[in-house]
Design a protein around this ligand. Structure first.
Ligand code: AMP
Length: 363
């Protein structure tokens, strides 16, 4: 099949790497010829051709995307002629934190208390209702903690509002969490579902730096609950492809933070640590192939993001249980340039390996 990807970043690159052995071909729409996926398929570049998305659609049998910030009008147009997966409902819902939370409420999936905010007056009322601390976020287009303001005391309300440049906002109650977990699942067109184990994510300054898979000390009931929430959401959106849910683990159970209708950074471990990677399962789902087994191949795995600079990659290349994945990107502060997957047969072995790769992690 010819698979068209809206976007040409590292997620598209890894989709193609997993899809070629299945005999698929790839095309990407992007902004420039030097993007991470550019050399992995036909590139339809905006600079050369303002109709690059139409050209991609003419090339492809099925279309997918890399980001929830994908232009929904373009998706609607394409969808008149060829299928786009995940579908319009998934994209429309996850593009807007308010719509996403309304769906959580409707399906009884627990999330932080929230209020939509358009004016300073709205924000004052929202703070009264929700209490402090609370986090003011943009309703759309936030990622890696960008477009957020933590309000600790009422004196900061004005400043928080002004800093957001009058876009549509949402105020969320602060969730006291023990850990941040995520669940990745895949659903095909025939309503088959498969779930990866919950993983444990550590962020630094809003950027994911380390994932441990499976998350340790997770009661089977917690995994079951996470899968139940996931299944409800997958079915409600008639989702096809990978869906990711980010959770806060609290004293009172799981609370959903947000979801993404796509392969996710916290699933990169699955390339070396699961029977079928998230990328391959996404491609299988959207191309109508049977879903692959999602079980881990090792007792425990880790993923370390390579951020800002490439660093000492020889360290990685000399370790038998570490796998390097670079995205063909130039170094820039806070940019995700690649990741390292580590597989291990015990937690102790994993910890030793992470220790050896400490230079890739923030202090
Ligand atoms: P987000 O972009 O919504 O994923 O937020 C980025 C990070 O901010 C999350 O990974 C959390 O560490 C933190 N965060 C976001 N929302 C909340 C919340 N309601 N309560 C506590 N921490 C939060």
């Amino acid at each position: 099949m010819k698979i068209g990807v809206l976007g040409a970043g590292q997620l598209g690159r890894m989709m193609a790497i997993s899809g070629y052995p299945l005999n698929h071909q790839f095309g990407f729409s992007g902004n420039a010829n030097n993007e991470p996926a550019a050399l992995l398929g036909h590139m339809f570049v905006h600079e050369d051709n303002a109709d690059n998305i139409e050209s991609l659609a003419a090339f492809a049998d099925v279309i997918t995307y890399e980001s929830e910030n994908t232009n929904i009008e373009a998706v609607r147009e394409i969808n008149k002629n060829i299928p786009v997966y995940p579908g319009e409902i998934s994209l429309h819902t996850t593009q807007h934190r308010g719509r996403e939370k309304a769906l959580f409420d409707k399906l009884n999936v627990p999330c932080a208390r929230y209020c939509m905010v358009n004016t300073l007056e709205d924000l004052k009322l929202a703070v009264k209702k929700i209490g402090l601390p609370a986090i003011l976020k943009t309703a759309t287009e936030g990622y890696d903690g960008k477009g957020q303001f933590l309000i600790d005391n009422p004196d900061q309300i004005q400043q928080a509002f002004t800093s957001m440049n009058s876009v549509e906002l949402i105020l969320e109650g602060f969730v006291n969490f023990k850990r941040e977990l995520s669940l990745i699942a895949v659903r095909d067109k025939h309503n088959n579902h498969k779930y990866y184990p919950l993983v444990d994510n550590t962020h630094h300054q809003g950027i994911l730096r380390l994932t441990i898979a499976p998350a340790q000390d997770i009661d089977a009931k917690v995994q079951e609950t996470a899968e139940k929430y996931m299944q409800t959401l997958l079915d409600a959106m008639d989702h096809v492809g990978i869906l990711t849910i980010e959770f806060f683990e609290t004293e009172n159970g799981l609370v959903v933070n947000e979801m993404a209708p796509r392969v996710h950074n916290s699933g990169h471990w699955s390339i070396n640590g699961a029977n079928t990677s998230q990328f391959e399962n996404h491609i299988r789902a959207i191309s109508g192939m049977p879903l692959g087994d999602t079980n881990p191949t090792h007792k425990v795995s880790a993923m370390i993001n390579i951020v800002s600079e490439i660093g000492q990659i020889d360290l990685v290349l000399n370790m038998p249980n570490a796998h390097l994945h670079l995205y063909d990107k130039t170094e820039r502060k806070d940019r995700k340039l690649g990741h390292i997957n580590i597989t291990a047969n015990s937690l102790r072995e994993l910890e030793n390996s992470i220790q050896q790769l400490q230079s890739f992690l923030p202090q």
